[in-house]
Design a protein. Structure first.
Length: 230
């Protein structure tokens, strides 16, 4: 256990900071994904074929392409895209995107594709009478969505969003390729320094399982709270 000591003699403090980084990336990516889902879910349900095509293309492509490839595209292609735009305005210096931002946005877009499908299914499972009653009562569209549909959508989405959260949490291990020091990257560094990869990778697995377990406890409590009265 000396390897997990805090201070100069062990790697405990480094792994603790790495775990906090993993949590920060996961939460940021989940929030970004939530925003993407709120944008693309109405498009998925739209009767406009063009809008429907855009949303279907997003969810199909992102879910069909490996997560690591999406991260690579953003990490290597993001800087190139920004430099191209900057060159239009006369700026030709190299632009490097922060690894945290790259990882969070890339995983957020992946999370958003899955969350979009979750929200779509949740809305479609709401009783049609809710929509009809809203129209009969003359509610405006934004009131209809935020006061009637969205609360029910979130309640119905919680079980499946827990799966999206677990996918997002595990996908953070992939952003170690960008150099961001999260659990997987720090475990790799520690394993290389101590020549004890089995111990550190096993401990990394324990950390991921612990984060998943704690997350599920919170999500289960949230689900019970939102399902009161049903």
């Amino acid at each position: 256990m000396d390897l997990l000591a805090f201070g100069k003699t062990g790697w405990g403090d480094e792994l603790f900071v790495a775990a906090l980084m993993t949590i920060a990336v996961s939460i940021t990516a989940m929030l970004i994904g939530f925003i993407f889902a709120l944008i693309f879910t109405p498009l998925k349900l739209s009767k406009n074929k063009f809008l429907n095509l855009i949303a279907n293309s997003y969810t199909t492509v992102i879910r069909g392409v490996p997560e690591l490839l999406v991260i690579y595209l953003f990490f290597f292609g993001g800087s190139g895209a920004l430099m191209y735009v900057a060159s239009i305005f006369g700026y030709y210096e190299y632009i490097e995107i922060n690894a945290f931002i790259t990882g969070s946005v890339a995983i957020g877009i992946i999370s958003g594709a899955y969350s979009t499908e979750v929200f779509r299914g949740a809305i479609q499972s709401i009783d049609k009478g809710q929509f009809e009653a809203s129209k009969v009562l003359g509610f405006k569209k934004h009131i209809h969505f935020f006061k009637i549909i969205m609360p029910q959508m979130l309640r119905l989405s919680i079980p499946n969003l827990s799966n999206v959260w677990q996918i997002t949490l595990k996908d953070t291990s992939l952003i170690s390729v960008t150099g961001l020091v999260e659990i997987m990257r720090q475990s790799y560094i520690a394993a290389g320094s101590t020549r004890d990869p089995l111990f550190f990778y096993s401990f990394a697995a324990v950390l991921y399982l612990a984060l998943t377990f704690l997350s599920m406890q919170l999500i289960n409590r949230l689900e019970l709270k939102y399902n009161k009265g049903y």
